[in-house]
Design a binder for this molecule. Structure first.
Ligand SMILES: *Cc1c(COP(=O)(O)O)cnc(C)c1O
Length: 452
């Protein structure tokens, strides 16, 4: 299996290359040349454990890796999860399920992909002998998950930029209290956008990129999307057989990476009914699915900060399919969107997607009503999935994207109780180690040269 770019201006590459590059050199995102038809495997995959299912799934994609190597990578990637099912499905009421994706080391769904990505990197370094430096910018969960995926990995140094004082205190502790000597949390004075802008400029310096073996871990990396496909299949198999084909997955959405993974599984032959994109008040995707109009507005910080995104980078992957796999059309749309901040689709094929929007004033109430109805505590991101406006017929699985204990302030306000988690309690005792750098490409490069 090879991987093409959504913009069609570079030749297809192997799985390992696509993972190593992250973004395709023409600015596009990688997708499989052809989506495999997995429908004939579903019967035999139904009873596999989570790591077994993950391995079986990746044999269709990581085709340039030896089977034994893939096994070594995947079999270790879910060791740090604190639930035997890895991704347990909890029944709240008949036909109403929650897929708990917060049992990994940083208590958010991003661990599913970043634990695996850490082992892919390690295997790649063992093969090539070239060390790598990971650079990322985070507004919270991605950075923590990336750091925990890369802790102690031979040959990897990771540098994660974040806006000092503007991420949740426990998210900061997850990044800065690790005690690991190959990870460097870089606090900058400024916003997440400042961090992101400086980071992009560093990536454009090709000589520097080659010098330090620069790699990106943001959600455009193909391995992250594929890793997330696995839990949709796993959850599908946990449902009663007569509900499976009726089910809608409800996905709290920011960058469109998570829900895209589910949609790809459906395109590969899993008979899932549909997907609901649950946005917070930053609702570009909800407006798109309602009106066909994709238009940029400024980001309004919310109680569900990991969904405070306007330009959903993974949307380009969906777009590629929505315009009939035509890279020239993708280029035209992305160009128009970049230069004018909007694009109006005529007859957008919604392809089974529905959507909802939840603003901050509703989030606390939703947390409260879920607690009183089901005696179950959801975090502010997951709460958006419980929005009833936009809910359709039939059974639903809501993806619980983070553990409530990561966002104690909102939960206390909503239900008057403090959610806790042992791994976070431990962090509260530890020393914070962070490095201050200026949000300029020069300062970041100088720091990386010194510490790699
Ligand atoms: C990242 C994140 C999201 C959004 O996921 P996307 O793949 O960007 O759509 C939702 N909830 C939590 C807790 C997250 O960390």
């Amino acid at each position: 299996m090879n991987y093409l770019s959504t913009r069609g201006q570079v030749p297809p590459v192997s799985f390992s290359k696509a993972v190593e590059h992250g973004l395709a050199p023409d600015g596009g995102l990688y997708l499989p040349e052809q989506l495999p038809d997995l429908s004939s495997f579903l019967g035999e995959w139904e009873s596999l454990s989570y790591p077994e299912l993950c391995e079986a799934f990746f044999t269709h994609f990581a085709t340039d890796l030896e089977a034994a190597e893939l096994h070594r990578i995947v079999s270790r990637s879910y060791h740090k999860f604190d639930h035997p099912d890895i991704a347990p499905v909890r029944t709240l009421a008949p036909g109403q399920y929650v897929l708990e994706l917060f049992h990994g080391p940083t208590l958010a769904f991003k661990d599913f992909a970043l634990q695996l990505l850490g082992y892919f990197y390690e295997a790649q370094i063992a093969r090539t002998g070239r060390p790598i430096s990971v650079l990322g910018a985070t507004s919270g969960d991605t950075g923590a998950a990336a750091i925990h995926g890369l802790i102690g990995k031979e040959g990897v140094k990771s540098f994660i930029l974040y806006p000092d004082g503007r991420i949740a205190p426990l998210q900061e502790r997850q990044m800065t209290c690790t005690g690991a000597d190959n990870v460097f949390p870089l606090a900058i004075k400024g916003s997440f956008d400042d961090a992101q802008t400086a980071m992009k400029t560093v990536f454009e310096d090709r000589a520097f990129a080659a010098e330090v073996g620069l790699s990106a871990v943001n959600s455009i990396n193909l391995a992250r999307i594929l890793a997330q496909c696995v839990y949709y299949l796993y959850a599908f198999f946990r449902l009663p057989a007569d509900e499976r084909e009726q089910v809608t997955f409800v996905v709290p959405t920011g960058n469109f990476g998570n829900v895209l993974a589910g949609w790809l599984v459906q395109q590969m032959g899993a008979p899932i009914k549909g997907f609901r994109v649950a946005t917070n008040q930053n609702d570009i995707l909800h407006r798109l699915f309602e009106s066909g109009r994709y238009s940029l507005e400024s980001v309004a910080p919310s109680l569900a900060p990991s969904m405070d995104i306007q330009v959903a980078s993974n949307f380009e992957r969906f777009l590629y399919y929505a315009v009939g796999s035509d890279p020239a059309k993708v280029r035209e749309i992305m160009h128009t969107f970049k230069s004018t901040g909007q694009y109006q689709f005529e007859n957008l094929n919604r392809q089974g997607f529905s959507s909802s929007r939840t603003d901050d004033s509703e989030i606390e109430n939703l947390i409260k009503s879920v607690y009183s109805d089901f005696n179950y505590v959801v975090d502010p991101h997951t709460a958006c999935g419980f929005q009833e406006d936009g809910a359709g017929e039939g059974p639903e699985i809501i993806l619980a994207t983070a553990h409530p204990a990561k966002f104690p302030d909102t939960i206390i306000k909503a239900i008057g109780e403090e959610p806790t988690h042992p791994s976070l309690e431990v962090l509260k005792e530890r020393e914070i180690v962070k490095h201050y750098v200026d949000p300029t490409p020069e300062a970041i490069k100088a720091f990386m040269r010194k510490h790699r």
